[in-house]
Design a protein around this ligand. Structure first.
Ligand SMILES: C[C@@H](CO)C(=O)SCCNC(=O)CCNC(=O)[C@H](O)C(C)(C)COP(=O)(O)OP(=O)(O)OC[C@H]1O[C@@H](n2cnc3c(N)ncnc32)[C@H](O)[C@@H]1OP(=O)(O)O
Length: 174
């Protein structure tokens, strides 16, 4: 007879032993530490992820980004879910990367270890992902990195290049 594993409702996802994680999807009972996850809508077909580190303005620490990836994996595999909404909480959508976590890492650790690799999961989800942005939404990127993504940005970067040699800073505040 099949064995069904049901984690206690107080269990945090990070406390679940890795070998057991494949036996029950995260949104089936185990709680996340940094995000709230549920299915919403009349037909229960909208995957809803709320970033939930309000005291740190939802700064994107490693654990939070891993959990977002796990939740996206679960919604991607769930045939009932047609689209996913990601939103923030309180005063912020997200204050960008967790700079406290980053401050002691060397360039070699970051670049060699490809430490932001798992951040890309959100861009590879095949279902529509909608960002419901509220409050602070902070990000910094370089024109060169943007230019890799689209022809329009390549042209913009061409003009940018003559005026700026330093990084471009993009900030969006409420
Ligand atoms: C890697 C690339 C990818 O694009 C990046 O994401 S770089 C972007 C990194 N983000 C930042 O540099 C933003 C840093 N934060 C701020 O500039 C300010 O917090 C603010 C968003 C302008 C809001 O200012 P405000 O005065 O309203 O709030 P506090 O500064 O007092 O912040 C409250 C609380 O949150 C902590 N916190 C805020 N942002 C971050 C962060 N990015 N990483 C870690 N922690 C963050 C802040 O330290 C405060 O916590 P406390 O020290 O009181 O425990």
């Amino acid at each position: 007879c099949p064995i069904i594993l049901v984690p206690p409702s107080s269990t945090k996802w990070s406390q679940v032993p890795s070998v057991l994680k494949c036996w029950f999807p995260p949104h089936a009972g185990a709680q996340y530490e940094y995000i709230l996850v549920e299915k919403r809508g009349d037909k229960n077909n909208v995957g809803f992820i709320q970033l939930n580190r309000p005291k740190a303005l939802n700064a994107l620490c490693d654990g939070l980004m891993k959990e977002v990836g796990q939740a996206l994996d679960a919604f991607e595999a769930d045939a009932d879910v047609g689209a996913v909404v990601i939103t923030g909480s309180d005063r912020a959508f997200a204050a960008g990367a967790d700079i406290k976590e980053m401050q002691n890492r060397t360039f070699q650790e970051c670049y060699g270890g490809n430490f932001l690799a798992h951040w890309n999961r959100v861009s590879t989800v095949r279902k529509p992902v909608i960002a419901a942005v509220n409050g602070f939404a902070v990000s910094i990127t370089s024109p060169a990195a943007c230019a890799e993504k689209s022809d329009i940005l390549k042209i913009s970067f061409f003009f940018f290049f003559f005026f700026f040699t330093t990084q471009d800073i993009g900030l969006s505040f409420k």
